[in-house]
Write a protein that binds this ligand. Structure first.
Ligand SMILES: [Zn+2]
Length: 288
């Protein structure tokens, strides 16, 4: 049983699978061309530190020193439970991935690297998830998710089974769920690959109760089409500086009751109250 678990990976975000060397490999030809202004601004705001990602890549490529890049990019113990710190680091990958798409029209360079690494690690079953914050029309939504899902389909073989979960934006779930169904109708070959829907990114302001219409529709659709029903995996209780620990726990329960198959992170469920109230001065000031 333990062996089987070691061969499965059920919660990875595609971008988050790119390790430091992979990032260098993907960005080496264009890292200087990326406009890092906003990235640096946000990083400074979150960490109070001025940074220069171009210099990080230069150290890694010209001097074989990945340390500065690693220190900027890798999430550490000190970042635990602070979504803004995580996101400020993860943005490095987002900037690279977006530019990669701009110069090559696809994400193949990144995806090949990720699949090869997981294969090498002995994984036999992986569920990848991804979200695009710039997929604001059906065409861009379809281009983004069908590229990833098709890449997952093509990378499947007798050694490794791959599935894809589309992460939908919490503020536009009903429309994007409709887009996902349209995509599956237009590309039926993806019906066995796309197995679920995820919600990730900032959760503040989006209580599970606001997803009611979506869950109702999904239940109906799954009952009508049980063979290709979609499961919901739901990031919740991960980022909750805007409310008390009790409220964050309540959100986890609500997501589970509404029908989420797996909860993502849900650190609220295991956080001792004394840690929760010590994290920020105003950590207990609001209850929503
Ligand atoms: Zn996650």
């Amino acid at each position: 049983m333990l062996e089987k678990l070691k061969q499965s990976e059920l919660h990875v975000h595609i971008g988050g699978c790119l390790h430091v060397q992979g990032l260098v490999h993907v960005a080496r030809d264009f890292y200087r061309e990326i406009d890092w202004t906003q990235y640096c601004k946000n990083y400074q705001q979150v960490f109070g530190q001025a940074v220069d990602p171009i210099a990080w890549f230069e150290r890694a490529i010209d001097h074989n020193d990945i340390e500065p890049l690693k220190q900027g990019y890798v999430v550490t113990e000190a970042d635990a439970g602070d979504f803004a710190r995580f996101q400020a680091r993860f943005d490095l990958l987002i900037y690279v991935a977006r530019y990669l798409r701009k110069v090559t029209g696809n994400q193949k360079l990144m995806l090949d690297r990720i699949f090869a690494r997981h294969r090498q690690q002995g994984l036999r079953y992986v569920e990848y998830r991804a979200m695009s914050s710039i997929a604001t029309t059906y065409e861009t939504f379809r281009a983004f998710h069908s590229e990833y899902a098709l890449a997952c389909l093509q990378a499947c073989d007798s050694q490794m089974q791959i599935r894809y979960i589309a992460s939908l934006p919490r503020d536009n779930v009903v429309q994007t769920y409709g887009w996902l169904k349209q995509l599956l109708d237009e590309q039926p070959c993806l019906k066995n690959i796309i197995v679920g829907i995820d919600f990730c990114f900032w959760e503040e302001g989006y209580p599970p109760g606001s997803m009611k219409a979506f869950f109702q529709q999904l239940r109906k659709d799954n009952a009508a089409n049980p063979k290709h029903g979609l499961a919901v995996v739901y990031h919740v209780g991960e980022s909750f500086f805007d409310k008390s620990l009790e409220s964050a726990i309540r959100w986890c329960h609500q997501a589970a009751i509404m029908g989420a198959k797996r909860l993502g992170h849900a650190i609220a469920l295991g956080m001792p109250p004394e840690i929760a109230i010590a994290r920020r001065d105003d950590a207990m000031s609001l209850n929503r």
